[in-house]
Design a protein around this ligand. Structure first.
Ligand code: ADP
Ligand code: MN
Ligand code: MN
Ligand code: MN
Length: 351
């Protein structure tokens, strides 16, 4: 039976802000008939001069839908539509970091079927302080807050729980959440969940990390708190916020070649440390100090189960002899498309 009617489509894109691109969106009421598919959402325009993407005299840019999810906030008949930004001649705009990753995958990367899992850390703020921090002074030193329970140590859990439900409703591959080492700081993960048939390919996981960030901001907005992806939201003896990126390829996942492929990948990454750091988020040197579970930004180190490394091989992976590795360098404000591009091109396309 064919249906028709109207749906609400929230077109989402990345702006041209430097050094950190930000999310933008606007809603369009779209007619559909039959079922809702990607082609239901036609290209649309926006004012690039208001998003750091064009000049006022030549401002029209194109939003080109690339994937969509049911909108769990606005409910039935509403969709979140991820877009790439194109110039008037339908070429990727210079800010279109997704197209750069897509092209790297199409020109060789896909042969190794790269998967990813992004661990997104973030900090809630209210009244210019991290959520739950006292009006004056500081909370007690770090120690009791990571994965904590109880109102004296965990701040913001209702929003975190609501966000998890929203991500599930949208069909994102959300893997889990946890309270972090610094009070008011939390993490969610998007990525491979060990479920057969789930597509955890790296471009899709980068898209879904952006959608999950979007949902987090939306739900925090409704709760009157801010979300910060700053890599060092509080200076001093407080943990920074990262976006650890877990990465695997056909070869690292294969029991016959796994550990060797992981070692080869690490050797390749060690040669391009500076290039990676340049794409791993603004002010990341404030976070990668060699303290607070990080390796100094000036060094490249790898190790098993070692959280003071650039690249960590999880103990379970080392024991099994195959699987994935974790790049601990990306900051919480890094662009998942950029991080994915660096991993794909350093580890796969160069082979
Ligand atoms: P950590 O111990 O570093 O805190 P988490 O439990 O927070 O790690 O997250 C583990 C991440 O690893 C998840 O994002 C998950 O999707 C990802 N992951 C698991 N297996 C793979 C794999 N084979 N390839 C890529 N990512 C993976
Ligand atoms: Mn984690
Ligand atoms: Mn963490
Ligand atoms: Mn981690």
């Amino acid at each position: 039976m064919s249906r028709e009617g109207l749906v609400k489509a929230d077109y989402i894109w990345l702006d041209g802000a430097q050094p950190t691109q930000q999310l933008r969106s606007k809603v369009k009421v779209v007619p559909y008939s039959g079922s809702v598919t990607l082609s239901t959402f036609e290209d649309w325009g926006f004012d690039g001069s208001s998003t750091f993407q064009a000049s006022g005299t030549d401002s029209d840019l194109t939003l080109h839908p690339v994937c969509f999810y049911p909108d769990p906030v606005r409910g039935d008949g509403s969709y979140l539509v991820m877009c790439e930004v194109l110039t008037p001649d339908n070429k990727p705009h210079v800010s279109n970091s997704r197209s750069v990753l897509r092209q790297a995958l199409e020109s060789g990367g896909l042969a190794q079927d790269p998967w990813a899992g992004f661990e997104q850390e973030y900090t809630f703020f209210k009244d210019a302080r991290p959520l739950g921090w006292p009006q004056q002074g500081f909370p007690e030193p770090q120690g009791p807050f990571y994965c904590s329970v109880g109102s004296t140590v965990a701040y913001g859990r209702d929003i975190v729980a609501e966000h998890l439900d929203l991500c599930l409703k949208a069909g994102l591959l959300i893997y889990g959440t946890n309270a972090e080492v610094m009070p008011g700081q939390w993490e969610f993960q998007i990525g491979y969940r060990g479920v057969a048939g789930e597509d955890a390919s790296i471009l899709k996981m980068a898209d879904e990390t952006w959608i999950a960030r979007y949902l987090l901001k939306l739900i925090a907005e409704r709760n009157g708190v801010q979300v910060s992806f700053d890599v060092k939201p509080v200076k001093g003896d407080w943990n920074g916020a990262g976006m650890h990126t877990n990465f695997s390829t056909k070869a690292t996942r294969d029991p016959k070649t796994g550990m060797k492929a992981i070692e080869t990948a690490i050797a390749l990454l060690s040669k391009r440390h500076t290039e990676h750091i340049a794409k791993y988020g603004a002010n990341n040197g404030d976070r990668l100090t060699g303290h607070h579970e990080t390796c100094s930004i000036h060094e490249f180190r790898s190790g098993i189960a070692n959280r003071g490394c650039s690249i960590r091989i999880p103990r379970t992976v080392a024991e099994k002899g195959y699987g994935y590795f974790e790049d601990r360098r990306p900051g919480a404000n890094a662009n998942p498309y950029d991080v994915a591009f660096m991993l794909v091109t350093s580890v796969i396309n160069t082979l």
